[in-house]
Design a protein around this ligand. Structure first.
Ligand code: ABU
Length: 366
């Protein structure tokens, strides 16, 4: 018995982490939240069913190699237990014909101190994804007397959760950017919704993206749930498909954040960082013009890096410009081959969830 779970930031020394799996991953049938996210020119449009087995095998090989590399550095790595993702999800409120997978864990699990909170999620196909992590949660509960296992209220995800005008094949990027500037996203304010990957942890402060996967009620729920934290709402009007903050705004160490140059934090939201002497620098350009095949995410997974501590950062091996920038900023860069696993839900930050980082609760914005 002892502390297993404790992590307050994105950059303290990593000691224990969960790495996702590509096993049995499906492209789910269309549903409102997914349709809004998939770019109009994407090869994902109109597809569904189990992903090709050779892509799953390659994805798993890369994720296994990443896990082994972390273990080689003395970091404990746990893995989720896949369920049968071909099964439908049926509740009294909705039905969808198949599920998604157990990638990426960062979307589902939010670790704040000694607590791991299961997010509400906003995709119907991801409603049961938390089950893949329950064997780990049960073990942490049994072995760590300080561990708090929490689950946010499961949302109903009726049609009232989604704005109708996002449910069209041809909206166009211009219209999407206009809506993003107006903070009109696909999810309504029917009930609290959030994905864990919309939250960044800066000790006493949590920075949360308002976008497709997290609504204002979800942020209000987080404020009430973490009364000892300051919860800040941010949004990035340059992003026509705003889901998850971790390819947009990436804290690397106290005082330094990478920001996606196409999704700059608006001036009127910079006060917290500027008053406290934090530098927000434009991330390097991605090395690729297109995401890999059958991938939901953008090319900006280039900046979806995983900090092992405040001097050491894992960067996807082909992202040479991002690696070079981090090298010049004084980091030891650890290249990790992961691009062929991007299609399963994201990059190096996405495909992990913190269990323990050294260091206690600090106030970085006094
Ligand atoms: N899960 C992060 C994806 C963000 C993006 O597509 O840019």
């Amino acid at each position: 018995m002892g502390t297993i779970v404790e992590s307050w930031t994105e950059w303290d020394p990593l000691r224990h982490v969960i790495v996702g799996r590509a096993t049995d991953c499906h492209i789910p049938p269309n549903e409102p939240a997914l349709e809004a996210k998939v770019p109009e020119d994407s090869d994902m449009r109109g597809q569904h069913g189990k992903r090709p087995q050779e892509m799953i095998d390659k994805g798993n090989e890369l994720l296994d190699n990443f896990a082994a590399m972390l273990e080689g550095r003395g970091i404990i790595v746990d893995r989720p237990t896949p369920t049968d993702f071909s099964l439908p999800v049926t509740t009294p409120d909705f039905h969808t014909d198949s599920q998604f997978g157990c990638m990426p864990p960062r979307d589902v699990l939010l670790t704040v101190g000694k607590e791991i909170l299961e997010a509400t999620m906003s995709y119907r196909c991801r409603w049961f994804e938390y089950l893949c992590y329950r064997p780990l949660m049960q073990r942490y509960f049994d072995e760590d007397p300080g561990f708090r296992h929490e689950a946010a209220p499961k949302p109903r995800l009726t049609d009232a959760d989604y704005h109708d005008n996002y449910l069209s094949e041809k909206i166009g990027v211009e219209q999407r950017l206009k809506w993003a500037a107006e903070k009109h996203f696909v999810t309504t304010e029917e009930e609290p919704l959030f994905d864990a990957a919309d939250v960044l942890r800066f000790g006493k402060d949590l920075v949360v993206q308002h976008g497709f996967t997290t609504n204002l009620k979800g942020i209000e729920w987080l404020k009430r749930h973490f009364p000892d934290h300051r919860v800040h709402t941010v949004n990035f009007p340059g992003d026509p498909y705003p889901i998850h903050i971790d390819a947009t705004f990436t804290p690397l160490r106290p005082g330094l954040i990478l920001n996606n140059p196409q999704r700059r934090l608006p001036d009127d939201q910079r006060g917290l960082f500027e008053r406290n002497g934090w530098e927000i620098v434009d991330a390097a350009q991605p090395a690729h013009n297109q995401p890999p095949a059958l991938c939901y995410s953008s090319v900006w997974l280039s900046m979806n890096v995983l900090a092992l501590d405040d001097k050491t950062v894992c960067v996807e091996a082909s992202e040479v410009y991002q690696a070079d920038q981090l090298d010049k900023l004084g980091f030891e860069v650890v290249p990790v081959d992961l691009r062929d696993a991007y299609a399963f839900g994201g990059g190096l930050h996405c495909c992990t969830a913190d269990v323990r980082r050294e260091g206690g609760l600090q106030d970085y914005f006094p």
